[in-house]
Ligand binder design. Structure first.
Ligand SMILES: [Zn+2]
Length: 86
């Protein structure tokens, strides 16, 4: 993890949006090939989802890898082992 994950500048874009990366897959529920992978934040924390964009069926829900850069911020102690006190 580099410093760029701890400090990030104020956005310069007028509107902020999530980029959805198209994935070559077929939805098992509706048969659509309009499938995308993108970051979400839900009740179990940050995740990368692969979802059908027509019926929103989940094809995959994954813990983000370092290359996903999600979430854009991380605590400086991310990945440190905890103590018995927590
Ligand atoms: Zn579908």
């Amino acid at each position: 993890m580099g410093v760029e994950r701890m400090f990030f500048p104020r956005p310069e874009e007028e509107r902020i949006f999530v980029s959805r990366t198209p994935v070559e897959a077929t939805c098992p529920k509706c048969g659509s090939t309009n499938v995308a992978r993108y970051p979400v934040a839900n009740f179990i924390g940050p995740r990368m989802v692969t979802k059908c964009q027509d019926c929103f069926h989940h094809l995959a829900v994954e813990v983000p890898a370092d290359d996903d850069h999600w979430p854009p911020w991380r605590a400086p102690t991310w990945g440190w082992s905890g103590t018995r006190a927590g």
